[in-house]
Design a protein. Structure first.
Length: 256
C-alpha cells in the first residue's frame, strides 16, 4: 500500500533528508587515498549522533541477507554496484566509490547516494558518474503529479542506455517514509505511461545504478550483501529522496 504524506510530514522528511545530505558531504570530504571505509562509516555515524538521528541501515536484514547489515553506510568500491559493507580497505588512487546512506529523524527516513572518485580520476569514471547524475536528474524531472512510475523508469533507463551503460535488473528505487523501503518500487527501466499514477504526497527514493561495460549481469559477493558486476567493470550509484508535490518534485536530500 502506498502512503500519501501530508505537507507537514514531508517537511519532517526534509529535516531527515538534510541529515543525510550533511553526512554524505562529510564522507565525501573525508574520502582520500589511505582512508579506510570503516573510517568513512565513523564519519557518517558522527553526523547521525550530532543530529540526534539514528540509522535505518544498521541492523537491517531483508529476506535475502544472511546477516544484519553492520554499518550506517553502504560503501561500494569499483566493481561493487550497491550494498557494500565497510571494511578496513583503504582507498587507493583512482578508486570509484559509491556511498549510500540513510537517516531516521523523529520517525521519518531520508535516503540518498553519491558516487565519486578518489585521487586521480579516470576519464571513463568521470563520464560514468556524470551519466548517473544525469539519469537521476531525468528521473526526478519525470516525478510529477499525473505521470506514472513507468515515466520515471523510462527517463532513467533512456539516459543510461543512450550512453552505452548496463542497468542491473531487479534493483531500483522505492517508496520511503516511516520505513526505508515502502511501496511502490521504482525500476530503473520501463515503458512510459505504464504503472502506478503519481499523486501528491507520494515520496520516492529514485536511484539509478549503472554498469560501465554495458552488461547488466551482477552477482552477490561472499558476504551476501555486496552486489558486484559479473565482468569486473566499474559501477556508479546515485540517489535522492523526492516528494511529489503540486509545485513539482521536491528533493528532500538536496546537498548544498
Amino acid at each position: 500500500m502506498v502512503e500519501l504524506k501530508t505537507d507537514t510530514s514531508i517537511d519532517a522528511m526534509y529535516a531527515a533528508g538534510q541529515v543525510v545530505a550533511q553526512a554524505l558531504t562529510a564522507v565525501r570530504k573525508a574520502a582520500d587515498v589511505g582512508v579506510s571505509l570503516l573510517e568513512l562509516d565513523g564519519v557518517a555515524h558522527d553526523v547521525l549522533r550530532a543530529a540526534g538521528a539514528d540509522s535505518p541501515f544498521l541492523g537491517y536484514r531483508p529476506s535475502f541477507a544472511p546477516t544484519p547489515f553492520p554499518a550506517v553506510i553502504c560503501a561500494s568500491v569499483n566493481d561493487a554496484i550497491v550494498h557494500g559493507i565497510p571494511t578496513g580497505y583503504r582507498l587507493r588512487d583512482g578508486d570509484l566509490v559509491s556511498i549510500d546512506f540513510g537517516a531516521r529523524l523523529d520517525g521519518w527516513v531520508g535516503d540518498s547516494a553519491i558516487s565519486f572518485t578518489v585521487g586521480t580520476a579516470r576519464p571513463a569514471d568521470v563520464r560514468l558518474i556524470e551519466t548517473a547524475e544525469r539519469a537521476l536528474a531525468a528521473g526526478i524531472e519525470a516525478a510529477v503529479v499525473g505521470n506514472r512510475i513507468g515515466d520515471i523508469a523510462h527517463a532513467i533507463g533512456s539516459v543510461c542506455r543512450a550512453a552505452g551503460y548496463g542497468v542491473p535488473d531487479g534493483f531500483g528505487g522505492h517508496g520511503v517514509g516511516r520505513h526505508m523501503h515502502e511501496d511502490p518500487p521504482v525500476p530503473n527501466e520501463g515503458r512510459p505511461g505504464r504503472g502506478l499514477r503519481l499523486r501528491r504526497g507520494m515520496v520516492l527514493a529514485i536511484e539509478p545504478m549503472l554498469i560501465a561495460s554495458g552488461e547488466d549481469g551482477y552477482h552477490a559477493a561472499p558476504d551476501g550483501w555486496t552486489l558486484k558486476t559479473n565482468d569486473g567493470s566499474r559501477a556508479a550509484h546515485t540517489e535522492h529522496t523526492v516528494a511529489i508535490t503540486e509545485a513539482g518534485p521536491r528533493v528532500l536530500t538536496e546537498r548544498r
